[in-house]
Design a protein around this ligand. Structure first.
Ligand code: AMP
Length: 221
């Protein structure tokens, strides 16, 4: 595992979209903790049953469980060339545990990409978000910013577009609150290690995922 990138930023800033572009550009797999949990919920596994309530409320899944799930995923062979972590770590404790785990395996975080978006824009983005239900595609659309050519159908693969259950205005408030209280302190953790790259991503300044991804690729050269 050579390159280890972490996507940081509030929900709805575009972590998944930027991670998707970077994954293609850099040839490394992107792993989303939220996707792992949603898959478990839809497959009604033990893990799914355990985490369902947290996702529905927009609260964090407890650290120990999350760490166990992600560390097991990190040991899988498809991550040999590296990984883009989208949605993990989300607490300082998770970040510390990740550091320990990586150093035990002779690895370290390459860069932390921190996406910054004005809050008003975040809410609008999340309520208009639609995601391709094909797990191998997962392309993200926005009904206003970046609508699909045919309503409800993915441009890339023809899959059905769905709205996440927690992409409602009520749950977003709690997810944002969780982000500011529990996740934002991680910025300092990585800043002190000299790993943090903070960058704006906002339609206001016409700086969206492709530009951000391009800058990250340059930064990594
Ligand atoms: P996401 O798809 O990244 O927005 O995550 C969706 C939900 O999954 C979050 O609101 C949390 O309930 C849960 N989740 C995802 N990643 C983590 C994490 N690293 N720690 C705790 N809970 C998480």
């Amino acid at each position: 595992m050579d390159m280890i990138l972490i996507m940081l930023g509030a929900p709805g800033t575009g972590k998944g979209t930027v991670a998707g572009i970077l994954s293609k550009e850099l040839g490394i797999v992107s792993v989303s903790s939220g996707d792992i949990f949603r898959k478990a919920i839809s497959e009604k596994t033990e893990l799914g049953k355990e985490v369902e309530g947290y996702l529905a409320k927009g609260a964090l899944v407890p650290d120990e469980l999350t760490i166990r799930v992600i560390e097991a995923r990190l040991l899988e062979p498809d991550l040999e060339n590296g990984v883009i972590l989208d949605g993990f770590p989300r607490t300082t404790h998770q970040a510390e545990e990740l550091e320990k785990f990586l150093s035990e395996n002779g690895k370290s975080v390459t860069k932390v990409i921190n996406l910054v978006t004005p809050e008003e824009e975040i809410v609008e983005r999340i309520v208009n978000r639609r995601i391709c239900s094909n797990q191998n595609c997962k392309t993200v659309f926005n009904m206003k910013l970046n609508p699909p050519k045919v309503t409800g159908v993915c441009d890339e693969c023809g899959g059905e577009l769905i709205q996440r259950k927690d992409d409602t205005e009520e749950v977003i408030k709690s997810r944002l609150n969780t982000y500011y209280t529990e996740t934002a302190p991680i910025e300092k953790f990585y800043e002190e290690k000299g790993l943090l790259y903070s960058t704006q991503i906002s339609q206001r300044v016409n700086r969206l995922a492709p530009e951000v991804a391009k800058d990250v690729v340059e930064l990594l050269k």
